[in-house]
Ligand binder design. Sequence first.
Ligand code: ATP
Ligand code: MG
Length: 271
Amino acid sequence: MSSHTRIILVCSGKGGVGKTTLTANLGIALASQGAKTAVLDADFGLRNLDLLLGLENRIVYTAQEVLEESCRLDQALVRHKQESNLSLLPAGNPRMLDWLKPDDMQRIVAMLSEQFAYVLIDCPAGVEDGFKNAVSATKEAIVVTNPEVSAVRDADRVIGLLNTHGVKPVQLVLNRVRPKMIASQDMLSVEDVTDILALPLLGLVLEDEQVIVSTNRGEPLTLNGQSSPAARCYTNIARRIQGEDIPLIDPSKEGSGMRDKFRRLMQTKIF
Ligand SMILES: Nc1ncnc2c1ncn2[C@@H]1O[C@H](COP(=O)(O)OP(=O)(O)OP(=O)(O)O)[C@@H](O)[C@H]1O
Ligand SMILES: [Mg+2]
């Protein structure tokens, strides 16, 4: 499987834009679509992928013990209870940051590539060593950004660095999109952001309070096919990663208009 494994870095530059949430939801979605998937927490300083996946109490070993060869990879991998195609390799102690090198990340990812069809790497914010280590081990990348000027500027910087490192393809996910704010011209539109960053758009994720609820529960929205606006967005992104041709949602058609009401009624088969 090794050479066919898709190794995808989820990065952003700016902190708090939704990398870990996207990694957790895509991991569950890809796994539920039948793909053996590993998620690697490369945010050694402030790990929280384990929390979002509800796996924090099941961690015995981490990437650190694997690298130190005091345990085997399969002893450190935490398999998701409901979605057995998904495994997490937890981040080790933050002190690892003192000695971790690109070689170490490459070793870990090479080991994961032998067992999994997808390896998703949850990158730390910033463009310092944590980012550089993670970039050195990846083939392709998803840049997550929000429709905000500061997030877009940081994304632009990261895209430059990904190009320098020869990472390809690099695709964009625009997270926390609010159709009403775009309509009232209080938020950058999808076209504004894609024009500035000149990257292919892999998908949009709508602003959705269910994301916060699911984070607190440790149950990603894509688990059990939960159907909230963001869950649909994450599922579509996973299907596009798998090569399906799924049309992008049009934010101007999302919201509370009559058209939406009609569509919902059609879906519940009242007619
Ligand atoms: N589409 C969304 N709608 C609403 N809230 C969201 C959405 N996406 C992310 N959030 C919220 O934004 C916050 C930051 O998300 P997350 O931790 O995934 O970001 P991050 O980029 O991994 O942050 P860091 O850089 O600190 O690692 C969380 O509270 C999360 O619930
Ligand atoms: Mg994070």
